[in-house]
Write a protein that binds this ligand. Structure first.
Ligand SMILES: Nc1ncnc2c1ncn2[C@@H]1O[C@H](COP(=O)(O)OP(=O)(O)O)[C@@H](O)[C@H]1O
Ligand SMILES: [Mg+2]
Length: 305
Protein backbone atom coordinates (compact mmCIF):
# COMPACT_ATOMS: atom_id res chain seq x y z
CA UNK A 1 0.00 0.00 0.00
CA UNK A 2 1.19 3.49 -0.78
CA UNK A 3 -0.10 6.57 0.97
CA UNK A 4 0.06 9.82 -0.98
CA UNK A 5 0.11 13.18 0.75
CA UNK A 6 0.47 16.62 -0.80
CA UNK A 7 3.82 18.32 -0.62
CA UNK A 8 4.36 21.74 0.91
CA UNK A 9 3.55 24.39 -1.74
CA UNK A 10 6.96 25.96 -1.10
CA UNK A 11 9.04 22.81 -0.82
CA UNK A 12 8.22 19.66 -2.80
CA UNK A 13 10.31 17.50 -0.45
CA UNK A 14 8.24 18.31 2.61
CA UNK A 15 4.73 17.20 3.56
CA UNK A 16 2.12 19.93 3.50
CA UNK A 17 2.06 21.14 7.10
CA UNK A 18 -1.70 20.50 7.36
CA UNK A 19 -1.02 16.76 6.95
CA UNK A 20 2.20 16.57 8.95
CA UNK A 21 0.58 14.90 11.97
CA UNK A 22 -1.18 12.29 9.82
CA UNK A 23 1.98 11.58 7.82
CA UNK A 24 4.03 11.16 11.00
CA UNK A 25 1.50 8.69 12.42
CA UNK A 26 1.49 6.70 9.17
CA UNK A 27 5.27 6.70 8.90
CA UNK A 28 5.53 5.45 12.46
CA UNK A 29 3.34 2.50 11.45
CA UNK A 30 5.73 1.65 8.63
CA UNK A 31 3.39 2.66 5.79
CA UNK A 32 5.12 3.69 2.53
CA UNK A 33 4.53 7.35 1.79
CA UNK A 34 5.00 9.49 -1.32
CA UNK A 35 4.33 13.15 -1.93
CA UNK A 36 2.42 14.59 -4.83
CA UNK A 37 2.66 18.16 -6.05
CA UNK A 38 -0.90 19.41 -5.70
CA UNK A 39 -0.15 22.79 -7.28
CA UNK A 40 1.22 21.09 -10.42
CA UNK A 41 -1.91 18.93 -10.62
CA UNK A 42 -4.41 21.73 -10.10
CA UNK A 43 -2.83 24.90 -11.44
CA UNK A 44 -0.47 23.56 -14.14
CA UNK A 45 -2.84 20.66 -14.95
CA UNK A 46 0.27 18.54 -15.24
CA UNK A 47 -0.34 15.16 -13.60
CA UNK A 48 3.07 13.89 -14.77
CA UNK A 49 4.80 16.69 -12.91
CA UNK A 50 2.50 16.18 -9.93
CA UNK A 51 3.71 12.61 -9.43
CA UNK A 52 7.36 13.23 -10.35
CA UNK A 53 8.52 12.35 -6.84
CA UNK A 54 6.42 9.20 -6.56
CA UNK A 55 8.79 6.23 -6.80
CA UNK A 56 7.33 3.28 -8.76
CA UNK A 57 6.58 0.33 -6.45
CA UNK A 58 8.35 -3.03 -6.88
CA UNK A 59 4.98 -4.63 -7.56
CA UNK A 60 1.72 -2.94 -8.56
CA UNK A 61 0.02 -1.80 -5.36
CA UNK A 62 -2.97 -0.02 -3.92
CA UNK A 63 -2.74 3.74 -3.34
CA UNK A 64 -4.64 5.94 -0.93
CA UNK A 65 -4.50 9.69 -1.40
CA UNK A 66 -4.85 11.94 1.67
CA UNK A 67 -5.09 15.55 0.63
CA UNK A 68 -7.16 18.46 -0.57
CA UNK A 69 -10.39 18.08 -2.48
CA UNK A 70 -10.05 17.66 -6.23
CA UNK A 71 -12.61 18.12 -8.96
CA UNK A 72 -13.62 14.76 -10.47
CA UNK A 73 -11.75 15.81 -13.62
CA UNK A 74 -8.47 16.40 -11.76
CA UNK A 75 -8.95 13.26 -9.70
CA UNK A 76 -9.13 11.30 -12.94
CA UNK A 77 -5.83 12.82 -14.09
CA UNK A 78 -4.18 11.83 -10.84
CA UNK A 79 -5.71 8.37 -10.93
CA UNK A 80 -4.49 7.71 -14.48
CA UNK A 81 -0.98 9.04 -13.92
CA UNK A 82 -0.55 6.89 -10.81
CA UNK A 83 -2.01 3.82 -12.53
CA UNK A 84 0.66 4.10 -15.21
CA UNK A 85 3.24 4.09 -12.44
CA UNK A 86 1.81 0.90 -10.89
CA UNK A 87 -0.25 2.49 -8.12
CA UNK A 88 -4.00 2.01 -8.26
CA UNK A 89 -5.90 4.49 -6.12
CA UNK A 90 -8.49 2.83 -3.91
CA UNK A 91 -11.39 4.67 -5.57
CA UNK A 92 -11.94 4.70 -9.31
CA UNK A 93 -12.75 8.12 -10.82
CA UNK A 94 -16.43 7.11 -10.95
CA UNK A 95 -16.40 6.10 -7.30
CA UNK A 96 -14.78 9.41 -6.40
CA UNK A 97 -17.49 11.39 -8.15
CA UNK A 98 -20.24 9.25 -6.61
CA UNK A 99 -19.46 10.48 -3.09
CA UNK A 100 -18.07 13.89 -4.00
CA UNK A 101 -21.24 15.19 -5.73
CA UNK A 102 -24.36 14.97 -3.59
CA UNK A 103 -26.78 14.43 -6.51
CA UNK A 104 -24.81 11.33 -7.59
CA UNK A 105 -25.34 9.38 -4.38
CA UNK A 106 -28.65 10.93 -3.33
CA UNK A 107 -30.70 7.95 -4.50
CA UNK A 108 -28.63 5.64 -2.29
CA UNK A 109 -29.03 7.72 0.90
CA UNK A 110 -32.44 9.23 0.20
CA UNK A 111 -34.27 7.38 3.00
CA UNK A 112 -31.76 8.68 5.59
CA UNK A 113 -30.99 12.25 4.55
CA UNK A 114 -32.86 15.59 4.29
CA UNK A 115 -35.06 15.86 1.22
CA UNK A 116 -33.03 17.56 -1.50
CA UNK A 117 -33.45 19.07 -4.96
CA UNK A 118 -30.79 20.47 -7.29
CA UNK A 119 -29.97 22.05 -10.60
CA UNK A 120 -26.74 22.15 -12.58
CA UNK A 121 -25.38 25.67 -12.93
CA UNK A 122 -22.13 27.50 -13.52
CA UNK A 123 -23.26 31.11 -13.69
CA UNK A 124 -26.40 33.10 -13.04
CA UNK A 125 -29.63 31.24 -12.42
CA UNK A 126 -33.04 32.85 -12.90
CA UNK A 127 -35.07 33.35 -9.74
CA UNK A 128 -38.11 31.94 -11.55
CA UNK A 129 -36.36 28.60 -12.05
CA UNK A 130 -35.28 28.56 -8.39
CA UNK A 131 -38.82 29.24 -7.17
CA UNK A 132 -40.10 26.45 -9.40
CA UNK A 133 -37.48 24.05 -8.04
CA UNK A 134 -38.30 25.02 -4.44
CA UNK A 135 -42.05 24.60 -4.78
CA UNK A 136 -42.14 21.14 -3.12
CA UNK A 137 -40.83 22.73 0.12
CA UNK A 138 -43.74 25.18 0.45
CA UNK A 139 -42.83 27.72 3.15
CA UNK A 140 -40.43 25.40 4.99
CA UNK A 141 -36.92 26.60 5.76
CA UNK A 142 -34.17 25.16 3.52
CA UNK A 143 -30.41 25.37 3.23
CA UNK A 144 -28.43 25.96 0.03
CA UNK A 145 -25.07 24.46 -0.94
CA UNK A 146 -23.37 23.40 -4.15
CA UNK A 147 -22.82 19.78 -5.19
CA UNK A 148 -19.90 19.57 -2.72
CA UNK A 149 -19.71 22.38 -0.17
CA UNK A 150 -21.83 24.86 1.76
CA UNK A 151 -20.93 28.27 3.18
CA UNK A 152 -21.90 27.08 6.65
CA UNK A 153 -19.78 29.69 8.41
CA UNK A 154 -21.77 32.42 6.64
CA UNK A 155 -24.96 30.74 7.80
CA UNK A 156 -27.48 33.59 7.75
CA UNK A 157 -25.99 35.31 4.80
CA UNK A 158 -25.29 32.46 2.38
CA UNK A 159 -26.68 29.15 3.68
CA UNK A 160 -29.97 29.30 5.58
CA UNK A 161 -33.18 30.36 3.81
CA UNK A 162 -35.96 30.90 6.41
CA UNK A 163 -38.76 30.20 3.93
CA UNK A 164 -38.50 28.46 0.57
CA UNK A 165 -41.45 30.49 -0.73
CA UNK A 166 -39.94 33.87 0.15
CA UNK A 167 -38.64 35.09 -3.21
CA UNK A 168 -36.65 37.93 -1.74
CA UNK A 169 -34.89 35.65 0.78
CA UNK A 170 -34.14 33.04 -1.88
CA UNK A 171 -32.68 35.67 -4.18
CA UNK A 172 -30.60 37.24 -1.42
CA UNK A 173 -29.13 34.06 0.10
CA UNK A 174 -28.52 32.26 -3.21
CA UNK A 175 -27.07 35.45 -4.70
CA UNK A 176 -24.64 35.79 -1.82
CA UNK A 177 -23.78 32.08 -1.94
CA UNK A 178 -22.98 32.31 -5.67
CA UNK A 179 -20.94 35.45 -5.11
CA UNK A 180 -18.86 33.84 -2.35
CA UNK A 181 -18.32 30.60 -4.29
CA UNK A 182 -17.38 32.51 -7.44
CA UNK A 183 -15.42 30.31 -9.84
CA UNK A 184 -15.22 27.62 -7.19
CA UNK A 185 -18.89 26.72 -7.53
CA UNK A 186 -19.05 22.90 -7.78
CA UNK A 187 -21.57 21.52 -10.23
CA UNK A 188 -24.60 23.60 -9.33
CA UNK A 189 -27.04 24.34 -6.51
CA UNK A 190 -28.57 21.94 -4.00
CA UNK A 191 -31.45 22.88 -1.71
CA UNK A 192 -32.19 20.75 1.34
CA UNK A 193 -35.00 20.66 3.83
CA UNK A 194 -33.79 22.33 7.04
CA UNK A 195 -33.66 19.90 9.97
CA UNK A 196 -33.67 20.80 13.66
CA UNK A 197 -30.58 19.02 14.93
CA UNK A 198 -29.49 18.49 18.51
CA UNK A 199 -27.12 21.36 19.18
CA UNK A 200 -23.85 21.38 21.04
CA UNK A 201 -22.90 25.03 21.22
CA UNK A 202 -22.19 27.99 18.93
CA UNK A 203 -18.94 27.95 16.94
CA UNK A 204 -16.36 30.12 18.68
CA UNK A 205 -15.40 32.01 15.52
CA UNK A 206 -18.37 32.05 13.15
CA UNK A 207 -21.11 31.73 15.78
CA UNK A 208 -23.00 29.10 13.75
CA UNK A 209 -24.97 26.57 15.78
CA UNK A 210 -23.03 23.30 15.86
CA UNK A 211 -25.13 20.22 15.33
CA UNK A 212 -24.32 17.00 17.16
CA UNK A 213 -22.53 15.48 14.21
CA UNK A 214 -20.10 12.58 13.76
CA UNK A 215 -17.81 11.67 10.87
CA UNK A 216 -17.56 7.99 9.99
CA UNK A 217 -14.90 6.66 7.63
CA UNK A 218 -16.14 3.57 5.79
CA UNK A 219 -13.81 1.12 4.12
CA UNK A 220 -15.30 -1.67 1.99
CA UNK A 221 -18.66 -1.26 3.67
CA UNK A 222 -17.37 -1.24 7.27
CA UNK A 223 -16.79 1.75 9.56
CA UNK A 224 -13.11 2.03 10.55
CA UNK A 225 -13.40 5.32 12.44
CA UNK A 226 -16.23 7.24 14.13
CA UNK A 227 -15.38 10.61 15.66
CA UNK A 228 -17.12 13.74 16.85
CA UNK A 229 -17.08 16.09 13.87
CA UNK A 230 -16.59 19.42 15.65
CA UNK A 231 -13.53 20.26 17.71
CA UNK A 232 -15.61 22.14 20.27
CA UNK A 233 -18.76 21.39 22.25
CA UNK A 234 -19.51 18.49 24.52
CA UNK A 235 -20.68 15.24 22.95
CA UNK A 236 -21.87 13.75 26.20
CA UNK A 237 -23.79 10.64 25.28
CA UNK A 238 -23.36 7.75 22.93
CA UNK A 239 -22.30 8.03 19.31
CA UNK A 240 -24.70 6.80 16.61
CA UNK A 241 -25.17 3.08 16.35
CA UNK A 242 -23.66 1.83 13.12
CA UNK A 243 -26.53 -0.61 12.80
CA UNK A 244 -28.75 2.25 11.64
CA UNK A 245 -26.69 2.64 8.49
CA UNK A 246 -25.29 -0.85 7.78
CA UNK A 247 -27.31 -1.36 4.64
CA UNK A 248 -26.61 2.10 3.22
CA UNK A 249 -22.90 1.79 3.92
CA UNK A 250 -22.81 -1.28 1.73
CA UNK A 251 -24.84 0.33 -1.05
CA UNK A 252 -22.63 3.37 -1.56
CA UNK A 253 -20.57 2.81 -4.70
CA UNK A 254 -17.15 3.62 -3.27
CA UNK A 255 -14.56 1.60 -1.37
CA UNK A 256 -13.48 4.42 0.90
CA UNK A 257 -15.76 7.27 1.88
CA UNK A 258 -17.01 9.36 4.77
CA UNK A 259 -20.54 9.52 6.08
CA UNK A 260 -21.35 12.49 8.30
CA UNK A 261 -24.35 11.82 10.53
CA UNK A 262 -26.17 14.14 12.91
CA UNK A 263 -28.87 13.66 15.49
CA UNK A 264 -32.29 15.22 15.08
CA UNK A 265 -33.97 16.78 18.07
CA UNK A 266 -36.33 13.80 17.94
CA UNK A 267 -33.34 11.52 18.62
CA UNK A 268 -33.06 9.91 15.18
CA UNK A 269 -29.65 9.94 13.44
CA UNK A 270 -29.57 10.95 9.79
CA UNK A 271 -26.94 11.40 7.09
CA UNK A 272 -25.78 14.98 6.50
CA UNK A 273 -23.43 14.21 3.63
CA UNK A 274 -21.02 11.72 2.09
CA UNK A 275 -17.51 12.50 0.92
CA UNK A 276 -14.58 10.68 -0.64
CA UNK A 277 -12.46 9.21 2.16
CA UNK A 278 -9.26 10.45 0.55
CA UNK A 279 -10.12 14.14 0.62
CA UNK A 280 -12.20 14.36 3.79
CA UNK A 281 -10.52 15.88 6.82
CA UNK A 282 -9.79 13.68 9.78
CA UNK A 283 -11.64 15.38 12.66
CA UNK A 284 -9.37 16.98 15.24
CA UNK A 285 -10.64 14.65 17.93
CA UNK A 286 -9.73 11.53 15.92
CA UNK A 287 -6.63 9.50 16.78
CA UNK A 288 -4.44 9.48 13.62
CA UNK A 289 -2.56 6.35 14.73
CA UNK A 290 -5.74 4.36 15.22
CA UNK A 291 -7.05 5.64 11.88
CA UNK A 292 -3.96 4.68 9.88
CA UNK A 293 -3.60 1.40 11.73
CA UNK A 294 -7.13 0.44 10.67
CA UNK A 295 -6.49 1.58 7.11
CA UNK A 296 -3.22 -0.34 6.91
CA UNK A 297 -4.59 -3.58 8.32
CA UNK A 298 -7.56 -3.54 6.05
CA UNK A 299 -5.86 -2.50 2.79
CA UNK A 300 -2.84 -4.74 3.29
CA UNK A 301 -5.13 -7.62 4.21
CA UNK A 302 -6.88 -7.12 0.88
CA UNK A 303 -3.63 -6.86 -1.04
CA UNK A 304 -2.35 -10.10 0.47
CA UNK A 305 -5.61 -11.96 -0.25
N1 LIG B 1 -30.54 20.04 5.99
C1 LIG B 1 -29.93 20.62 7.02
N2 LIG B 1 -30.63 21.11 8.05
C2 LIG B 1 -30.02 21.72 9.10
N3 LIG B 1 -28.69 21.89 9.19
C3 LIG B 1 -27.94 21.43 8.18
C4 LIG B 1 -28.50 20.77 7.05
N4 LIG B 1 -27.52 20.40 6.22
C5 LIG B 1 -26.38 20.81 6.80
N5 LIG B 1 -26.61 21.42 7.97
C6 LIG B 1 -25.61 21.99 8.89
O1 LIG B 1 -24.70 22.72 8.10
C7 LIG B 1 -23.40 22.16 8.16
C8 LIG B 1 -22.77 22.15 6.79
O2 LIG B 1 -23.50 21.35 5.88
P1 LIG B 1 -22.79 20.25 4.98
O3 LIG B 1 -23.81 19.68 4.08
O4 LIG B 1 -22.04 19.31 5.84
O5 LIG B 1 -21.80 21.13 4.11
P2 LIG B 1 -20.20 21.20 4.04
O6 LIG B 1 -19.86 20.33 2.88
O7 LIG B 1 -19.89 22.62 3.78
O8 LIG B 1 -19.65 20.68 5.33
C9 LIG B 1 -23.58 20.76 8.74
O9 LIG B 1 -22.44 20.39 9.48
C10 LIG B 1 -24.83 20.91 9.59
O10 LIG B 1 -24.47 21.40 10.87
MG1 LIG C 1 -20.04 18.87 6.15
Amino acid sequence: MRLLFCSDPLDVRRTDSAYEVEAAAARELGIDISLINFEALVYDEDAGKAIQRVAPPDHPCMGVFRGWMLTPHRYRHLYEALAERGIELINSPDAYQHCHYLPESYAVIEQHTPRSVWLSASGDVSTDSLMELLRPFGSQPVIVKDFVKSRKHEWNEACFIPSASNREAVERVVGRFMELQGDDLNGGLVFREFIEFEQLTAHSRSGIPLAKEYRLFILDGEPISTTAYWEEGSYDDAAPSNDDFRTVMKSVRSRFFTMDVAQRRSGEWIIVELGDGQVAGLPERADPTAFYQALKEHVMGREAA
